[in-house]
Design a protein around this ligand. Sequence first.
Ligand SMILES: O=C(O)CCC(=O)C(=O)O
Length: 266
Amino acid sequence: MDPKQYASFFAEQGYLVLSDLLDKSAVDTSHQEIDRLHQIALRLLDNDQLNGSDYQLEPYAKTDRTDDKPVLRKIENTRSHSPWFSTLASHRPLVSVIQSLLGEDLLLFRSTLMLKPAHHGSAHAFHQDSAYWPMDPPSLITVSIALEDAIPENGCIKVIPGSHRGELQTWGHIAQEEHAPLTERKEVDLSGQIDVPLTAGSAVLFHSKLVHGSGANRTDKSRNTALYAYFSPDVRYKPGPNAPQRRSFPVIAGMNGATEHEMVAG
Ligand SMILES: O=C(O)CCC(=O)C(=O)O
């Protein structure tokens, strides 16, 4: 697809698959880095310091560690914990596609590793990201880069194509037990849902109003993804009254070469 086709597919469907975004060496480096971050998490767990950190345990796992590895659901703010995952947010081929959809100036809202450990990885109920984010208008783009082959059995992402053109709705808790339905909301029409299987190194982009989720990991291997959310500086920061009223966002591209951009609530 050329950039024009990307833009029209994304506008219509609200998601876009980028095949082979990372080569094998980048995928291998990501695995090594994930192992290193698990060692850090293990030390935090042993010292009772994991709670309240950017490392989150699987809420429904039967144990907090297996094979001397903590059973983690996700790691937030990876750009602060890992030079590798910080650099990956600016991966040139990825940034070019995001720029073709959002414009030249790009800020980073989120850098996260979504981890689905073997047998433990919980499901993610259907939701729209913008229902949880203090950003307006709700037009951010997330990329989820598969670091292993992602298939329905290990909880690949599911999307409802075109759902980003509907209203923003109120959703419940995202993390769900393995056999829980992916939504309790009877009024949500799930008939159009599709799985988005990806090979390791491929990625899916999705609009922050797109209804999406993922099943549990029922296999004996982990299913990990590197996830980044980007936005244009036209999007405003609108936090609730109890949240910090100023927030600084990393610049990924443009913005006259600045490295950080502070936004004041409003
Ligand atoms: O990685 C997944 O399984 C789902 C991620 C997701 O839904 C999200 O971060 O909004």
